[in-house]
Design a binder for this molecule. Structure first.
Ligand code: URA
Length: 197
C-alpha cells in the first residue's frame, strides 16, 4: 500500500460520508520513511487553502522551535489527526476554526493508524491533546505527559504541547523549548547512529 493509495481511499471514504458537501482534505507530507512523525490536530484556514499541514501561524511557530533545536522539518513527516478544517460560523458571520468533535476524531483514528504504520517512524510526536487522546487512552492529558517518552504499541510516543498553545499562552514557551531540547537530544543520537550504520 502506498501513501497515495491510502489518501485516495480516505478521500473516497470522506466523500461518501459527507455527500454533497465537498471536504478539502489536507494530507500528511514529508519523508516517506521519516524517523519522526509529527501529528497535529486539524488543518486551519491557511492549511486548507494551500493543501499542506502546518503552513499557517502555528506552522511558523513550529518551524521556529524546530530550527531552535537544530531539527529540520524536511527530515520529518508532518500530519494531522483530522484531515479537514473543522469550521463554524462566528457571531459576526465569519467562518472560523473550531476544535474537532469527538465523532470527527473517531472517524480519522483508523486512518491515522494506517498512516503511522506506512511511514513506520521510530517516534510519533503528538502536538496537543487531540492527537494524544486519539492515539492513547482518552484520559491522558498533555499537562502531565508532555516532554516524556512513552510506548505506543512498540514505538516511541513523545507528547508535546501544540505550537499554537504557545501563541495563546506565552508562559508555555519555556516548557515547550525544554521539551523540544529533550526530544532533539534523542533525535541527534538516532541520527548519528543512522550515519554510522
Ligand atoms: N494546527 C494543526 O494542528 N495543524 C495544522 O496543520 C495547522 C494548525
Amino acid at each position: 500500500m502506498s501513501m497515495d493509495k491510502l489518501n485516495a481511499e480516505l478521500t473516497a471514504f470522506i466523500d461518501g460520508l459527507y455527500e454533497g458537501e465537498k471536504k478539502v482534505l489536507v494530507f500528511g507530507e514529508g519523508e516517506a520513511n521519516a524517523p519522526v512523525m509529527l501529528v497535529g490536530e486539524a488543518p486551519g484556514e491557511q492549511e486548507s487553502l494551500l493543501g499542506r499541514p502546518f503552513v499557517g501561524k502555528a506552522g511558523k511557530n513550529l518551524d521556529e522551535f524546530l530550527e531552535g533545536a537544530g531539527m529540520e522539518r524536511s527530515a520529518l513527516y508532518v500530519t494531522n489527526t483530522v484531515k479537514f478544517r473543522p469550521t463554524k460560523v462566528s457571531a459576526a458571520g465569519r467562518t472560523v476554526n473550531r476544535p474537532p468533535t469527538q465523532e470527527e476524531v473517531k472517524l480519522f483514528v483508523p486512518w491515522l493508524e494506517r498512516e503511522i504504520a506506512l511511514v513506520d517512524p521510530k517516534c510519533v510526536v503528538t502536538l496537543g491533546n487531540v492527537p494524544l487522546k486519539a492515539l492513547t487512552d482518552r484520559r491522558q492529558v498533555i499537562g502531565s505527559l508532555h516532554g516524556q517518552f512513552m510506548d505506543l504499541n512498540g514505538r516511541l510516543l513523545f507528547p508535546m504541547y501544540h505550537p499554537a498553545s504557545v501563541i495563546y499562552n506565552p508562559s508555555l514557551k519555556e516548557v515547550y523549548r525544554r521539551d523540544l531540547l529533550v526530544f532533539a537530544q534523542w533525535y541527534k543520537k538516532i541520527r548519528s547512529f543512522a550515519h554510522k550504520t
